[in-house]
Design a protein around this ligand. Structure first.
Ligand SMILES: [Mg+2]
Length: 108
């Protein structure tokens, strides 16, 4: 299985092979396309399409996210950033989740 960094390089290979936009000027569109693909995933899920179709739309999201990331910060190591962010989120309290909601509803 490829790492995020290996996947990013594969996306770059695809973009160059297909002649897709490959400059910083294309970043905004790639981020927009990631949202569009996310919408397609939501639509696929809502319509009860086979889960493999929904998953394929989510992979489209990942393609665009990886593509945008390499143009935004070519030297960023996404595997390192992922692990760093995972550790950070694991260390967080519950302020963004159920613990926060239950605290608010208790009226304190
Ligand atoms: Mg799609």
């Amino acid at each position: 299985m490829p790492t995020l960094e290996e996947s990013k390089k594969k996306v770059e290979e695809l973009v160059k092979a297909k002649g897709f936009g490959n400059s910083p000027d294309d970043i905004a569109n790639k981020l927009l396309f990631a949202f569009i693909e996310l919408g397609e995933a939501g639509d696929s899920w809502k319509k009860g399409k086979p889960t493999d179709e929904t998953i394929e739309e989510l992979i489209d999201v990942i393609f665009y996210v990886l593509d945008a990331s390499r143009l935004i910060a070519p030297d960023a190591n996404l595997d390192e950033v992922f692990n760093k962010k995972w550790t950070k989120n694991m260390g967080r309290g519950y302020q963004y989740g159920e613990g926060f909601r239950s605290k608010k509803s208790s009226g304190s």
